[in-house]
Design a protein around this ligand. Sequence first.
Ligand code: SF4
Length: 510
Amino acid sequence: MPQSAEKVLDHVPLFCEPEYEKMFARKKLKFECPHPDKVVDAQYEFTSTWEYREKNLAREALVVNPAKACQPLGAVFAAAGFERTMSFVHGSQGCVAYYRSHLSRHFKEPSSAVSSSMTEDAAVFGGLKNMIDGLANTYQLYDPKMIAVSTTCMAEVIGDDLHGFIENAKNEGSVPADFDVPFAHTPAFVGSHVDGYDSMVKGILENFWKSTERVPTPALINIIPGFDGFCVGNNREIKRLLDTMGVTYIFIQDASDQFDTPSDGEYRMYDGGTKIEDVKAAKHAEATISLQHYNTRKTLDYCRELGQTTASFHYPLGIGGTDEFLMKISELSKRDIPEAIDRDRGRLVDAMADSQSWLHGKKYGIYGDPDFVYSMARFVMETGGQPTHCLATNGTAAWEAEMKELLASSPFGGGAQVWAGKDLWAMRSLLLTEPVDLLIGNSYGKYLERDTDTPLVRLTFPIFDRHHHHRFPLMGYQGGLRLLTVILDKIFDRLDEDTMCQGVSYDLTR
Ligand code: SF4
């Protein structure tokens, strides 16, 4: 046996041992009924053609590997950004296990959320009893300050009414009548996690804002970050910039501490988050700014209806994105941008210039949420790169139009194509027919990386197979430096690999 007490192998080398190789081959033959290798190879060849690409891009009735998650996942993430808030998902346990595991695998932190554990009987007769019992258990067991309720497919299909159910549960004594139970209907069969995020943030604001008068506070600015797997690094960087400028602000939905608790012997089910008093005070802000437009459309409409000034950005990073964000903050807060931030900007420009010869003309495939793809395409063009394939499964026609406008604004956007509503199987065809130098996305791109031989840079949620990236910012000028570094690292790693065949140009200095 390859494994013994004297020679303990990790699973990777262990499964490459001849015994396991033979076992896998036997299993494949016996249970997988595989096609002969030459048939598989022929199929690979066919799926690499333009003919297959046209068929693949015309596909409507099937989605393969969508680059998005369902609405309630966004709602659970949103709730994690508020003080002592427990997410309560009205639906089945399996769905909630998916949200918890998705968030835990990305952040490498515990992720708490409960479900009303609906099963067959609730699916037939409605889930009111589950809501009554579930809210009572959540309140008693987890000692929250607020319970944020969202829904899964099942609850939406049968039409459970959250407002009515929560009122009923309060009448039954599950939670005190004045206990805060904001809610959002988050039907998972439409939209994506960014819509669930939007609905839950709006639901929480409505819960606290609906019955109070607004007394505008000049120069007070609300910041809503949007669904962001890099919230730990990004929120802290944005706050650093605002503090450096001396801006008075309220960060609405801040999950940076919840998903970055220290190991000091104390388990924190809740940590950080926007304080409930601050959520209440945020109604009086002069303006609300969203860092991700497509994550906050309904919420910003609501803020506007109340009389607040609103503005939204597309994940402000790089030079242009950060410039616009800071100038808007400066205009609204009447605070100048201090020299320390100017110097940060200058350092990023300097770093980009230092590496320009390695970045100019590089082609990229970019996928992810609409705001992320927009900002990355913009940044890539700032470095002289060409964003060749820009894909957002949850992208809308409005996003597509905005992307085309952005790409038309730069000579580097000329060859770019924008794909709203397409999935990662479509991206595979794009990469095989029009290869690029780098793919930017999340961990799911690793299969494309191997299949199409396109180096992957992991820069957006979820990142399961690499650790701690989310602890460093991507936004702002400081974030731009990190972005630049990880892209360059990938370029240099590939370059070093490519030089191995001849042994020439394997240079010490790049
Ligand atoms: S898509 Fe529906 S069934 Fe699947 S995890 Fe989301 S809510 Fe649950």
